[in-house]
Write a protein that binds this ligand. Structure first.
Ligand SMILES: [Zn+2]
Ligand SMILES: [Zn+2]
Length: 375
């Protein structure tokens, strides 16, 4: 079948993206779903910083590629051997498929699924297949999703069934921002009620972490960023205090707001000064978690004596260190109960043809989640 899709042909376009137009809207050919695959009509897709990282070259991926890795929709067709999904089901995509068979999946660490990571790096579905073509040329899949399109073929191992009462625009953000931000707090850092939490980098993932910290019963939540716009939003998400991390006395401010530093600092800015700030702010015995995607060339300089002498720890977090099939339904129940108001992340609703304007707005730091709405 034919479908409309936003395609990236070349990495490293100049800004402003409203002029260079990195993505082109094209009619492409989509093959029918195969073994353990389904056809999804996309209803909503969020523009995430990791999409921007592909556009600007910080996260190199093969091209041409149909971008988009945070989406929700309705199943329109099922392939062979599809269990647990039916036509008409509402689904959200997780940006890493979990094969269910590798040693990581078997031990519950689906965020480390090896076949899933290999397929994502190769730009294929979990099966190794590519289902998108144009004039015989293969177009790569983005993280098994490629949600910037009217339709997508995906592995069922990239999908989670959701309650039909949840609006698609809200459901979409659970697949990346909410899964990662809330997961970093409750899964990676294992936050306990009464702990103080610093969140550095207040984009969609960071603000989700603020919501997660609030839901987890943090005693104090501090948001840090360099953008006045984002610091202004953080209080509405539940931050008790905000700090501009470029202030000369930013570290003293954080130490003074807490008992010589937060128990937990989570970082989602993707730049080394931010991770450095998060690690150094963390109190003795505390945990620092990073879930951002820095440039592949970035290097962190830290004093390893603090790891020993102060028993500090530094942990990475991918996919929220959890399992999408468990965490997404749990987090959605929290949303339905009013404990995780993730709809606040949505700052813009746009059309697929306005996607380059959306990327420019994201790069300029003037948006949190922009949702592409499909008819
Ligand atoms: Zn993302
Ligand atoms: Zn696996």
């Amino acid at each position: 079948m034919k479908t409309r899709a936003a395609v990236l042909h070349k990495i490293g376009h100049e800004r402003p993206y409203t002029k260079s137009k990195p993505l082109t809207i094209e009619d492409v050919e989509l093959e029918a779903p195969g073994h353990e695959e389904v056809l999804v009509k996309i209803k909503a897709a969020g523009i995430c910083h990791s999409d921007l990282s592909v556009v600007d070259g910080n996260r190199p991926r093969p091209v041409p590629m149909v971008l988009g890795h945070e989406a929700a929709g309705i199943i329109e067709k099922v392939g062979d051997h599809v269990k647990g999904f039916e036509v008409g089901d509402h689904v959200v995509f997780a940006f890493l498929p979990s094969c269910g068979h590798c040693k990581f999946c078997q031990s519950g660490k689906t965020a480390l699924c090896e076949p899933g990571a290999a397929a994502n790096a190769d730009g294929t579905l979990l099966s190794g297949d590519i289902k998108i073509t144009k004039d015989g040329e293969k177009y790569y899949h983005h993280l098994g999703v490629s949600g910037f399109a009217d339709y997508a073929v995906a592995s069922i191992h990239s999908l989670v069934n959701i309650d039909k009462s949840i609006p698609f625009e809200v459901a979409a953000v659970f697949g990346c921002a909410v899964l990662t931000g809330v997961g970093a707090v409750v899964n990676t850092a294992e936050a306990k009620a009464g702990e103080s939490i610093l969140v550095v980098g207040l984009g969609g993932v960071g603000l989700s972490a603020v919501l997660g910290a609030h839901a987890a019963g943090a005693s104090k939540i501090i948001g840090a960023d360099v953008s006045a716009y984002k610091l202004g939003l953080a209080k509405d998400f539940g931050a008790d205090e905000v700090v501009n991390s470029e202030d000369d006395d930013a570290m003293d401010q954080v130490k003074g707001m807490t008992d010589k530093g937060p128990d937990i600092a989570v970082e989602f800015a993707g730049v080394m000064p931010a991770l450095d700030f998060a690690f150094n702010a963390t109190k003795r015995g505390g945990r620092t978690v990073t879930g951002a995607l820095p440039s592949p060339d970035a290097r962190l300089s830290l004093n390893p004596l603090t790891l020993v002498g102060q028993e500090k720890s530094l942990k990475g977090c991918y996919l929220g260190s959890g399992s999408p099939k468990v965490d997404i339904p749990n987090f959605m129940e929290m949303y339905q109960a009013g404990r995780l108001p993730v709809q606040k992340l949505i700052t813009h609703r746009i059309k697929l043809e306005d996607i380059n304007e959306g990327f420019e707005r994201l790069a300029a730091g003037d948006a949190i989640r922009q949702i592409i709405i499909f008819d």
